[in-house]
Design a protein around this ligand. Structure first.
Ligand code: UD1
Ligand code: UDP
Length: 375
């Protein structure tokens, strides 16, 4: 009998990072039966990724509401998930990362006595308030998980320090690298017309921002730094695919719309986005996934956050943790734009987030765990 795996995800980054696993399970159909449930914590941004990877959902909870709070999302997922679990009766429920979907699904599965496998386990900042509420989500998910698939040695060590048994930790690498390496190609042509029209001369600064703890003054400061950079560098083009969170849009569109050389666009399909990263000179971001992708593309990544649960990029030298102080952001970008040796020093590092085969290692580990369970 194939092992029945219910993969549950709800937001854009979860879908990107689960796609390689769902593909792997589908390919190994004699070993696995793959069932997908989306919560649709994100609606448009999730559907865009499902299309990008040709994924279809067997169940769709359609929970997203305008300007939702994490508690509202959690309550809807907790209300709907038990019936799906009891209908599917999976051997394992896979969740990914640290969103509200992740932790609410993990709790529902635990309460229903279904084993949870946590993909991208062991990320920690050590500060329960940052990122908020993701640090809580990931810690709670750890507590209820049976298997923990870590992206790096540091993440495995964090779990060991918390008392997770060694045999339950599988160092797999991050599936975001699988997705990236399966997608990047030299002859890619952008779907989005604004990207096809990017100038051939001058530098490109790619910006993404969406973190809940940055909304308000920190995000406004980032926008001020971008305006100053644009003023100082006439030939700089700033591209900002703007997250659909209305609180983010109010600040980013409110401050930067209509400025020459600043291209504000809707969230991009995955292929457009990763090829835009490859086309950019510098990436300024508070995104987790983007921090992981940039090193593989040899692009310097400046992180507009006070703490990161991904210290590997900083240690490798390809990422710098800046915070949101506008002077600091201005100086860091300005240095990379004007000092070729500072630029070269950041892009030589090896990607610390995996070899692009994480999904295979995860499937192999589930197989082994299942055999052990049934001995
Ligand atoms: C969520 C995750 C965060 C992750 C981010 C990825 C939590 C608590 N946060 O944050 O960890 O980094 O996704 O992007 O789980 N919206 C739309 N359409 C969409 C998506 C969002 O309109 O396709 C709007 C809705 O008004 C929604 C709001 O954005 O209510 C916020 O979405 P939500 O998923 O709650 O939070 P994010 O800040 O996106
Ligand atoms: N991404 C995308 N389109 C965009 C912006 C980002 O496909 O317009 C991808 C990006 O390649 C990365 C992921 O979305 O894999 C990051 O998602 P996000 O920043 O929303 O969430 P986080 O990683 O911070 O949780």
């Amino acid at each position: 009998m194939p092992i029945k795996i219910l993969s549950v995800f709800g937001t854009r980054p979860e879908a990107i990072k689960m796609a390689p696993i769902v593909r792997e399970l589908l390919q190994r159909s004699s070993q696995f039966e793959s069932i997908v449930c989306v919560t649709a914590q994100h609606r448009e941004m999730l559907d865009q990724i499902l299309r990008s990877f040709g994924l279809t959902a067997d169940f769709d909870l359609n929970v997203m509401q305008h300007a939702q709070s994490p508690a509202q999302v959690a309550s809807r997922v907790l209300a709907e998930m038990p019936a799906i679990l009891d209908q599917v009766r999976p051997d394992m429920v896979l969740v990914q990362g640290d969103t509200t979907t992740t932790f609410a699904t993990a709790i529902a599965a635990f309460l229903g006595r279904y084993p949870v496998g946590h993909v991208e386990a062991g990320l920690r900042t050590g500060d329960l308030q940052a990122p908020f509420p993701e640090e809580m989500n990931r810690r709670v998910t750890t507590v209820v998980s049976a298997l923990h698939f870590t992206p790096t040695r540091e993440a495995s060590n964090a779990l060991l320090r918390e008392g997770v048994a060694d045999e339950r930790i599988v160092l797999a690498g991050n599936t975001v690298i699988d997705a990236l390496l399966q997608s990047i190609r030299p002859d890619y042509v952008f779907d989005e017309p604004a990207l096809r029209e990017l100038p051939r001369t001058g530098k490109i600064l790619l910006v993404t921002t969406h973190r809940r703890e940055s909304i308000g003054e920190p995000m406004r400061q980032v926008c001020q730094a971008i305006l100053r950079l644009k003023k100082a560098h006439a030939d700089l083009t700033v591209v900002i695919p703007t997250h659909r969170n209305p609180a983010v849009r109010e600040i980013v569109v409110g401050t930067l719309a209509g400025q020459p050389g600043i291209v504000l666009i809707d969230p991009l399909p995955y292929l457009d986005f990763v090829h835009l990263m490859a086309r950019s000179d510098i990436i300024l971001t508070d995104s987790g996934g983007v921090q992981e992708e940039a090193p593989s593309l040899k692009r310097p990544v400046l992180v507009i956050r006070d703490v990161t649960e991904r210290p590997e990029g900083v240690t490798a030298g390809v990422a710098k943790l800046l915070g949101t102080d506008p002077d600091r952001i201005f100086d860091a970008v300005n240095t990379l734009l004007t000092d070729p040796s500072a630029y070269r020093a950041m892009v030589g590092a090896v990607n610390p987030y995996g070899d692009g085969h994480a999904a295979k290692y995860i499937a192999d580990a589930i197989l082994q765990w299942h055999r052990h369970q049934n001995r």
